[in-house]
Design a protein around this ligand. Sequence first.
Ligand code: NAI
Ligand code: OAA
Length: 329
Amino acid sequence: MTRTPVNVTVTGAAGQIGYALLFRIASGQLLGADVPVNLRLLEIPQGLKAAEGVAMELDDCAFPLLRGITITDQAATAFDGANVALLVGARPRTAGMERGDLLQANGGIFGPQGKAINEHAADDIKVLVVGNPANTNALIAQRNAPDVPAERFTAMTRLDHNRAVAQLAKKTGATVGDIKKVTIWGNHSATQYPDIFHAEIAGKNAAELINDQAWLESDFIPTVAKRGAAIIEVRGASSAASAANAAIDHVYTWVNGTAEGDWTSMGIVSDGSYGVPEGLISSFPVTTKDGKFEIVQGLEISDFSRARIDASVGELVEERDAVAGLGLI
Ligand SMILES: NC(=O)C1=CN([C@@H]2O[C@H](COP(=O)(O)OP(=O)(O)OC[C@H]3O[C@@H](n4cnc5c(N)ncnc54)[C@H](O)[C@@H]3O)[C@@H](O)[C@H]2O)C=CC1
Ligand SMILES: O=C([O-])CC(=O)C(=O)O
């Protein structure tokens, strides 16, 4: 059967995440090995030439699933008929720069893109915001797209999720595939809370198996939460291949579903679950099926976990209030 190509828009296509992402999308890893794609690359005018170069290389891969590439600096063109939008283009954090400083710099990008999605995207549009501060950028885009169902706007915490899984594997000697039900709560920032109290390692409760509160507090949580800064420190540039990998994982899981007995972490519009104020874009444990997700309900939250979730959610409230103060939402 010939499938209609899916229109995938990528902003910041000429950046370092873009370079690690586009070839994987075109090879079928974003949506599936039988799903043809049209790529729509949005860049700022200064980025267009480099985007042309990436498109030349995409051509040279002769990907059977890649049906077309459009390069533009016009959001209306880039989002026209978009089914999936990966909002990557943003100002990356550089050494010593705090995430809060990024709000103003990035806020102006995501309002107009939200409006363009509202006006031009396909009815089934799914949006993943990668560009930092991802949760609040997603909130800005979502609030600027009142006609699109709010649950179609998501922010990426899958990199944090994958980092947490990798650290658990390292600590216990288990394989990554044995680790299930890790949760990232809150903001994609240093306040995030990677929660292992419901996680399982080869079917056993991870927190009980490890049984090392000191490691949890002084090693695991800060290692996962500050990994972005650690990569910048060591690599001299922010995470790119691992971020692109997480973006692929996020959309693939959203579209194709979580495995039985597992869940993932996504930044999504809160419905008030777990005391997270309604409307904030915060990370939750979710299961996905048939292109839809549901928050995993009924998890017992200890005082230890509650304090950490509240701290990260508190930061999201501050970011929301800051962008509201700037008139961005
Ligand atoms: N959520 C997450 O887990 C992660 C998020 N990030 C964030 O992803 C973003 C991108 O990172 P990199 O690719 O390394 O940055 P980069 O600086 O290499 O690339 C960004 C690209 O976006 C373009 N751009 C800027 N404004 C644009 C606009 N209005 N429309 C279209 N394109 C625009 C730039 O010209 C540039 O080519 C950063 O904000 C970074 O902090 C990075 C790693 C993980
Ligand atoms: O910290 C940064 O700027 C990049 C990032 O989001 C990450 O690697 O998690």
